[in-house]
Design a protein around this ligand. Structure first.
Ligand code: GDG
Length: 494
């Protein structure tokens, strides 16, 4: 079998969140809404180019009803552009799912991979975590694996394409049941260096790495995360590493490890930017805006570094009284993971910091930081068009799609201020103002520098980003991954 990147393929995509979630409208009719989050936004366009069966968790009551009505089998769905695909919703045991999602996946794996613990205080790998691992993360991964194995019985030639940190164990489970499966795993978040993985007990970090090594291909956004993974395989599970070829050999199998930064569908964003809901929001923003607009768009995730961003803006205002009343920061924050205490506490800290800056500087109706906490994608795209400075100062970020989306539709020669710890920085570094995410003073200086930059220079940088993103779009990313698979899967499947 030859797997070629640009060819239409049968894909079984596996991710925790699916492309749609079901609900009921006011009249009580079933409606399919757009699933949220960076990963889903990015993967949705795979449907247009391949025959996709998507295996995802049933998230809402209505999702569960859909899964029950089909007896757990896949249902036929259509994407916004009319492309058909199959959706298989896995209705997990609710208690197991809570442990899987709210104990292991987000407060543990996400925190670990973004270096988010201050180690003298956290984490405690206590009985609760061990229990959540064995009675939550493991059975939910088993349920995903069982669904994949059933789908493979229906279409044995399909390639399995796992996504992210929710399903690290499933590839090994699928491999055990179907030894000649062809599978790839894309990790959307950073890979921590092996010393930091030592926070996690040996059997758990081993299970994560060995689960991933059951794939034919493991891929990351950047060379940096890829390098960390390669080293960790050697350090933590004693795998044999061929660093120059990016191949890891372990337990008689080999896995190719590559990096390809995910991207966006430039056409989709051009359409969105011209759509009525976005134009309406843009009018509202344009009416209220001051001379300069500094924008940030994030989920309310501690990894996004929102509090330090506000502090930096406060330092900037302190140093530049001439800008008072002439510039404001618009923070469009999509509330995220509020069932997890670390996230709800962080949202409180975000609100407190915005108030501290506003109480100190506001006068005559000018509010320095306009904080909007809402899930409002059209408004985010409208604000993308209007910024003069986009601040992306994440502590760590696998890639950061906002830093690619916003310049593409911006109409004001806006400047991107970008954390050196985002995956996107590896690609966009030459066109952005680079900041260290912990250096709030440096971020304040970068905001000032961006606002003072001559138009020509701003335009040159924006054009650089736009040309890069158009050339390295989402289709190119998917094709590159499938090409990688061609290199490893052809001998295995003859
Ligand atoms: C993870 C990784 C990686 C914006 N406002 C709203 C909204 N958005 C959209 C944006 C963008 C997405 O959400 C956010 O994507 P990011 O990449 O910035 O961040 P994560 O959600 O953390 O994504 C990240 C990504 O996966 C892909 O691999 O880049 O590093 O952490 O597309 O336009 N979406 C909704 N409501 C809003 O108000 N639904």
């Amino acid at each position: 079998m030859r797997v070629k990147g640009e060819q239409r393929r049968k894909l079984i995509v596996v991710s925790n969140r699916g492309p749609v979630t079901y609900g009921r409208d006011e009249a009580g009719a079933r409606v399919a809404g757009r699933g949220g989050g960076g990963l889903v936004t990015a993967l949705r366009s795979l449907i247009a180019h391949h025959d996709v069966t998507w295996v995802a968790s049933a998230m809402t009551d209505e999702d569960r009803a859909v899964a029950a009505e089909s007896g757990g089998a896949a249902v036929e769905e259509r994407a916004r552009d009319g492309s058909p695909y199959r959706l298989r919703l896995v209705a997990h045991d609710p208690i197991a799912y809570d442990w899987f999602y709210n104990v292991v996946s987000n407060p543990t794996l996400w925190f670990l991979q973004h270096y988010m613990w201050g180690l003298p205080q956290a984490p405690d790998i206590d009985l609760g975590l061990h229990n959540a691992w064995f009675n939550g993360y493991v059975p939910v991964n088993e349920a995903f694996a069982a669904a994949v194995v059933e789908e493979l019985e229906r279409q044995p030639e399909a390639i399995v394409f796992f996504h992210d940190y929710h399903v690290y164990l499933a590839p090994a489970m699928v491999r055990e049941a179907v030894p000649d499966v062809v599978s790839a795993h894309f990790v959307h978040i950073p890979w921590a260096q092996s010393d930091y993985w030592h926070v996690f007990p040996d059997h758990l970090r081993r299970a994560v790495h060995e689960g991933l090594l059951a794939n034919d291909l493991v891929s990351f956004h950047t060379a940096r995360w890829r390098r960390n993974f390669l080293r960790a395989c050697e350090d933590l599970v004693g795998a044999e590493l061929h660093f120059d070829r990016g191949v890891v050999e372990h337990k008689g199998r080999s896995t190719l490890v590559t990096s390809h930064a995910i991207s966006i569908d430039a056409g989709e964003f051009a359409e969105l930017a011209a759509s009525e809901p976005v134009l309406e929001e843009e009018r509202l923003i344009a009416e209220r805006r001051r001379e300069h607009l500094v924008l940030r768009v994030d989920r309310t995730d501690p990894s996004k570094n929102i509090v330090r961003g506000f502090r930096a803006f406060g330092i900037f205002l302190d140093q530049h009284p001439e800008h008072h009343g002439r510039v404001s920061m618009l923070a469009l924050l999509d509330p995220s993971r509020q069932d997890i205490p670390e996230y709800s506490e962080y949202l409180g800290a975000v609100q407190r910091e915005a108030r501290a800056v506003n109480d100190r500087f506001q006068f005559d109706g000018w509010v320095p930081i306009e904080l909007e906490i809402a899930d409002d994608f059209p408004r985010a795209v409208a604000a993308y068009k209007q910024y003069d400075v986009l601040l992306v100062n994440a502590v760590y970020d696998g890639l950061n799609l906002v830093s690619k989306e916003a310049p593409l539709v911006n109409t004001r020669d806006g400047v991107v201020v970008l954390s050196e710890n985002t995956g996107a920085h590896e690609e966009l570094g030459e066109w952005v103002l680079t900041v260290n995410p912990f250096d709030v003073y440096g971020q304040a200086q970068a905001i000032a520098e961006a606002l003072a930059m001559p138009t020509e220079e701003r335009r040159r940088r924006g054009e650089g980003i736009r040309a890069h993103v158009r050339e390295h779009d989402l289709e190119a990313w998917a094709a590159a991954l499938l090409d990688d698979l061609a290199a490893v899967a052809a001998p295995a499947r003859g």
